[in-house]
Design a protein around this ligand. Structure first.
Ligand code: MG
Length: 243
């Protein structure tokens, strides 16, 4: 008797499973509902973005030593004033989607790493290189859209010097265990002028000028740095969505 009941149970469950397999609703999810966001366009950010720079002021930035930014704002964009120092966001950020537009000088001066060099450092440690890489040879893991000295871009999507360019960055912060060891690495996906150049790559550690990168534990959120590398690189329309 027990065996018969067990058998009927098995049959009912398998019938239920079969019914589910044929029911399209079985695989439909209704919760949680994604929040509504007004998408932006080339000129405007999406409605849930944190505006870091709209062309009018440096309210969201300070020098990396905490002092007032000495870069120049003109015609809705900012330009590095060489030797005044790199700047950082006053707020810290971890996982995020970051949009930034940049331009290297129209008048080409220098070559290799000395031509339109700057950089976007997520968490102040992980650099997406900015460089005028239009017909300008240098080491490939140091050209525009490289993750500095770790990953060359998949392609060179650089526009001509003097033209505005976009980076759309999806960044995942590294995670550290209680013992301070890296559990999951930092990751970047990057579109350069709408072209995929970094595809969910895992960083080896902070981007170092010299030597092998090694992860050191750090906070969940840290400021984003824009680099003063001595070149007249300009920026505009910087916004971010925290993830
Ligand atoms: Mg740089």
């Amino acid at each position: 008797m027990k065996q018969v009941i067990f058998l009927i149970g098995v049959i009912l469950i398998s019938m239920e499973n079969q019914a589910q397999e044929k029911d399209p609703k079985a695989t439909e999810a209704y919760e949680p509902v994604p929040s509504v966001v007004e998408p932006g366009n080339a000129q405007t950010p999406p409605s849930d973005a944190v505006i870091l720079f709209d062309g009018s002021n440096f309210d969201q930035f300070e020098k990396t030593d905490g002092g007032q930014v000495e870069w120049e704002i003109k015609d809705n964009f900012m330009t590095v004033v060489p030797k005044t120092g790199s700047i950082r966001t006053k707020k810290g950020f971890g996982d995020c989607q970051l949009h930034i537009e940049w331009r290297s000088p129209e008048v080409v001066d220098g070559n290799g790493q000395g031509r339109g060099n700057s950089g976007v450092f997520l968490m102040g440690k992980y650099e997406l290189q900015i460089l005028d890489s239009y017909d300008n040879d240098t080491y490939t893991n140091g050209q525009a859209a490289s993750i500095y000295k770790q990953y060359a871009p998949l392609v060179n999507a650089c526009r001509k010097p003097g033209e505005w360019q976009t980076y759309d960055i999806i960044f995942t912060a590294p995670r550290f265990g209680e013992d301070g060891r890296m559990v999951t690495p930092a990751r970047f996906t990057v579109l350069h002028n709408g072209v995929l150049v970094q595809n969910n790559i895992a960083l080896l550690g902070p981007t170092e000028y010299i030597g092998i990168p090694v992860y050191q534990p750090h906070e969940d959120k840290l400021p984003i740095i824009l680099q003063d590398h001595g070149d007249l690189v300009s920026f505009r329309n910087i916004w971010l969505r925290e993830l």
